[in-house]
Write a protein that binds this ligand. Structure first.
Ligand SMILES: Nc1ncnc2c1ncn2[C@@H]1O[C@H](COP(=O)(O)OP(=O)(O)OP(=O)(O)O)[C@@H](O)[C@H]1O
Length: 548
């Protein structure tokens, strides 16, 4: 709450209160002016009210503008800091604590949640402070002019707050339903869009479309029910405004209650609930944003409050060229409960090219995660250049490794920008050299704008083989001494996979390579093949005849 109600946001709320207050007093003064004018008084009597109407009329947009500038400036500033903080807290959790959600989905969810959290300032705090300021000012004026009008306005405001609480309750319930339905739509759409050929092959296209239809219908139902909740809130606010206006008119025109109150002043007071109705009408939207923001805050808390799966020390690794890597009885677990990598002894010499094979689920990717420092060993020792890895700085050790997975991400942007992620200060010559080494020389030569060619979603298509090679080119460009590859050719046909791996071994001569691949294609040019099994507590080593 302290982070939402920052001083600048409170100030913006007060300025917003002046803006909506101007609106309330503009309506009220207009009421006085119309009734007073109907009595044909001396024109000077009306001048003060005319000046008031002009001042309130001009004050409203000026204060509104000032409030918008200040609140948005503050919220964007908060967003900048919170995003940096969230990314800083996400990095140590990657990948072990992020579950099996696709990274893009996770990031989209985090960004959306963060927007909702920061919206608490602009969409909840500012309107609520503004409503409080304007309604307090209106109630005080009403009390001073005619206490009975003050009482009616207090009851009106209290009832509006109760309606706001009811809105919050309905909004919270609807929110949950909408989020579940949105998740369902996302999963169904992703299934159909990402696997059209596979679905066709197993004759499940119609079933996938039906699932999409059902998910959309569920989302429509959830959205309709949420909108119904909101409209109940808005309808009740309007009803309250009507009741308060009629009640005030009835009371103020009753001489027993109002005494000898001037009719023009009575008109001014009767207009007040109408004008306040507009102000209190901000409450349903504000509580909607409050429910969304709180739910987003909880989700982010659950994600970010997790303990990191890796812990490093303070010492820097000294290796600038390929380090020696050694696992002594290293086992690992993603969850801390089951064992996902049986204890293994494995020493990798500097510059050695090792291929890891084994059946599905034998822990090949887990082994890569341990090497890359994405996961701490659950048992045994992992030594880098003979030093226990947990005594070395996490950042320093991670900098030794270039990691390539089975689906290297192609960002929307130029070929150059996609490569420079690996080494931002690389020259065009280095970038082109890395592409040539990864077997993309002819591809680069055929690109219409060379390194400036746009690739990624909706841009120039990149085939599976080209994508795998782009991942390898990034690893080559990074100049990191150890390259870890987790099934980089998993989605390629055998001849293409062989060609890609051939280029990989040539491009990384002199560097250490640890490659997870299938026996059929990944072993030909490796110095050594290590086979993991599900059943034994040690790995089986097969040495091939080929040496780099
Ligand atoms: N991020 C993760 N979170 C939780 N469990 C995981 C995670 N990654 C892998 N596992 C579990 O660890 C075990 C070993 O999986 P791993 O992916 O390392 O095997 P693999 O040999 O690479 O399998 P595959 O050939 O199918 O890729 C499996 O039981 C898997 O469910």
């Amino acid at each position: 709450m302290r982070r939402v109600l920052e001083p600048r946001i409170v100030l913006a709320g007060i300025i917003g209160g002046l803006a909506v207050g101007c609106g309330v007093f503009l309506t009220a003064t207009s009421g006085w002016l119309i009734v007073q004018a109907s009595k044909h008084p001396v024109i000077l009597t009306l001048l003060t009210a005319v000046v008031g109407v002009r001042a309130f009329g001009m004050g409203r947009p000026v204060f509104r503008y000032a409030e918008r500038v200040m609140s948005h400036d503050s919220a964007l500033n908060t967003l900048r800091h919170r995003r940096t903080e969230v990314y800083r807290r996400l990095i140590p959790l990657t990948p072990a604590r992020l579950g099996r959600r696709r990274r893009a989905d996770l990031l989209t969810g985090v960004v959306r949640d963060l927007d909702d959290v920061v919206d608490l300032q602009v969409r909840t705090a500012v309107p609520l402070v503004a409503t409080l300021v304007a309604s307090t000012a209106a109630v005080i004026v009403a009390f001073v002019v005619a206490p009975i009008a003050g009482v009616v306005l207090v009851v009106f405001c209290a009832a509006a707050v109760l309606v706001g609480l009811l809105d919050l309750l309905l909004e919270r319930r609807g929110q949950q339903h909408v989020l579940q339905a949105r998740g369902l739509v996302q999963r169904a759409a992703h299934l159909a869009a990402a696997n059209p050929t596979e679905l066709q092959a197993i004759g499940a296209s119609d079933e996938a479309l039906r699932w999409n239809d059902e998910a959309q219908q569920e989302l429509a139902r959830a959205t309709r029910s949420q909108a119904r909740g909101r409209s109940v809130g808005i309808g009740m606010s309007l009803l309250l405004t009507g009741v308060a206006t009629v009640a005030l008119a009835y009371l103020l025109y009753d001489p027993v209650v109002a005494g000898d109150l001037d009719t023009a002043v009575a008109a001014m007071l009767v207009f007040m609930p109408l004008a306040l109705g507009d102000v209190l009408g901000l409450i349903p939207d504000a509580v909607g944003a409050l429910a969304r923001g709180r739910a987003a805050q909880n989700r982010l808390g659950q994600l970010l409050d997790q303990q990191s799966a890796v812990h490093g020390g303070a010492a820097d690794p000294v290796a600038s060229t390929a380090p020696s890597l050694e696992l002594q009885g290293v086992g690992a677990s993603w969850t801390g409960e089951a064992t996902h990598l049986e204890p293994i002894d494995l020493a990798v010499a500097p510059g050695e090219h090792v291929t890891i094979t084994g059946p599905n689920g034998s822990g090949k990717s887990t082994l890569v995660a341990v090497f890359a420092r994405h996961l701490d060993p659950a048992s045994g020792s992992y030594l880098v250049d003979g030093r226990e890895v947990r005594s070395l700085s996490l950042h320093g050790v991670r900098e030794l490794f270039a990691v390539v997975d089975d689906e290297p991400h192609i960002f929307v942007g130029t070929v150059r920008a996609n490569l420079l992620l690996a080494r931002p200060d690389a020259s065009d010559k280095d970038v082109a050299g890395a592409l040539v080494q990864a077997g993309l020389g002819r591809w680069l030569a055929a690109l219409p704008d060379g390194l400036d060619t746009e690739i990624g979603d909706g841009q120039r298509g990149v085939s599976g083989g080209e994508r795998a090679r782009l991942g390898i080119a990034r690893a080559v460009l990074s100049q990191r001494p150890v390259v870890l590859l987790d099934e980089p050719v998993a989605h390629l046909d055998t001849p293409t996979a062989r060609a890609v791996l051939d280029d990989l071994h040539s491009a990384t001569a002199g560097r250490t390579v640890i490659l997870v691949a299938h026996q059929a294609v990944g072993t030909a040019r490796a110095d050594r093949v290590v086979k993991l099994t599900n059943y034994y507590s040690s790995s089986e080593h097969v040495t091939t005849g080929w040496m780099s």
